[in-house]
Design a protein around this ligand. Structure first.
Ligand code: GLR
Ligand code: MG
Length: 421
């Protein structure tokens, strides 16, 4: 084995990145959200990059893993899972306590938290390996089957904030937002984050989008905020214009019941977020499309394993995106390029993120990103930007180090509780 491929050092840099006041059923995005940048440096002096969720629970798992990695090969990505399990120690007591703090990413298990951390280490190892060999990450995953990956506009109801998007609190505001996404990024399909206002108002927003963009794929995602009957009523109203409904209700049983009573396809990044949830959800035909978040599925190889299962069971696959930077976007794009059965544009939050730690922001053309053939992920770290965002994390008094959309909402409206319809 080539000594150049041995891990010499791992650097973890927690950061806070700015985020606009985007609304969802759990509250509002905090002005700053935590991310974690992982750098794996080899004895050959090559640095590989990874990125994942940066809340305290992830940092607590990343630190011992970072300590155990030096001396191992960057090629040994399969070994990361056992190493992470060994170094994690006993699961935190709240690890299996239902949903995550932001309440939007499905079950919260000790395994899933660990996999979210492993994913960043896997990406960093693959980036370092690719840079050392002069190969793009997609080549390490078996090679790309497309040269571009299509993404979807991610529309949110939002407050005005300090960004230049302004407020979007009604159908006209949503359409104006979509027009800008169309103009500046060329996205063909549009996903609206729902579960914020009563369903009639969100139905009106989708209708307004259908009128403004006839024939374009439209998706609505209330993050499980509706009952089965409400979900069915929305599906009836919008069946002629929806590409899919995403997580209309919470849990596999409710999703299966809705799926049995409507022809509108159901997608999820909440009721199937772990391999353990697949057998029941697929057996009950609860979902037609799984939106894979490569972080919590455990990385790029595991994304391909999920893709194989979806293919086997005739379930569609696309990708989920949560507030993240250019490292994760590059990782998503590299793995998405290798998935033959990717028939839906992937989600991306990225246009909402104005700060980054990569030197060159990726540019969407006609809603697509070109798949980089440069060695590794094809992104370089902007160390100055990283230092600035890390300083913000160091100076934070703890208010923003864990994402909590409900707390951010209650800071403005102390009596607020999530609505359910
Ligand atoms: O598709 C989804 O459910 C998401 O993207 C979850 C996110 O957390 C989103 O709702 C958000 O950031 O508000
Ligand atoms: Mg969703």
């Amino acid at each position: 084995m080539d000594a150049k491929l041995i891990v010499d050092e791992v650097r973890l840099t927690p950061i806070l990145i700015s985020d606009p006041p985007l609304l969802n059923t759990q509250g509002v995005h905090q002005p700053f959200t935590p991310r974690l940048v992982v750098e794996v440096i080899t004895r050959g002096g090559v640095s590989g990059l990874g990125e994942t969720y940066g809340d305290g629970v992830y940092l607590g798992l990343a630190r011992p893993l970072a300590g155990a990695l030096p001396g191992r090969m960057v090629t040994d990505v399969n070994g990361l899972f056992a190493l992470a399990a060994e170094t994690a120690g006993a699961p935190r007591q709240d690890a299996d306590a239902g949903v995550d703090a932001s309440g939007l990413r499905g079950v919260r298990t000790a395994d899933k938290l660990r996999l979210s951390v492993v994913s960043a280490f896997e990406t960093a190892c693959l980036d370092a390996l690719g840079k050392t060999l002069g190969l793009p990450v997609h080549a390490l995953l078996g090679g790309k089957v497309r040269d571009e990956v299509e993404y979807s506009a991610y529309l949110f109801h939002k407050w005005a904030g300090t960004d230049d998007w302004g407020a979007a609190l009604d159908p006209a505001g949503v359409v104006a937002q979509a027009r800008r996404f169309d103009r500046e990024y060329g996205f063909r399909s549009f996903k609206l984050k729902g579960g914020v206002f009563e369903p009639e108002r969100e139905i009106a927003a989708i209708r307004a989008l259908a009128e403004a963009f006839p024939g374009r794929p439209l998706r609505l995602d209330p993050n499980g905020a509706w009952s089965v009957e409400t979900s069915l009523a929305v599906a009836r109203e919008l069946k002629d214009v929806l590409e899919y409904l995403e997580d209309p209700a919470s849990g596999t049983a409710a999703m299966a019941e809705i799926a049995a009573r409507t022809d509108v396809p159901l997608a999820t990044n909440m009721c199937v977020t772990t391999f353990e949830e697949i057998p029941r959800a697929f057996a009950e035909n609860a979902v037609r499309i799984v939106l894979c978040d490569h972080h919590y599925w455990g990385g790029l190889h595991r994304t391909r394993e999920l893709a194989a299962l979806c293919r086997t069971f005739g379930v569609g696959l696309s990708m989920h995106s949560n507030t993240h930077l250019g490292i994760s976007l590059a990782a998503m794009t590299q793995v998405a390029a290798t998935l033959p059965g990717l028939h839906h544009a992937c989600d991306t939050h990225y246009p909402w993120q104005t700060e980054d730690v990569v030197t060159t922001r990726p540019v969407f053309r006609a809603g697509r990103l070109a798949v980089s053939d440069a060695p590794g992920l094809g992104v370089d770290l902007d160390r100055e930007a990283l230092a600035v965002l890390h300083r913000r994390w160091l100076e934070d008094d703890g208010t923003y180090r864990d994402r909590d959309d409900a707390a951010a909402m209650r800071a403005v409206d102390p009596g607020w509780t999530p609505s359910r319809w």
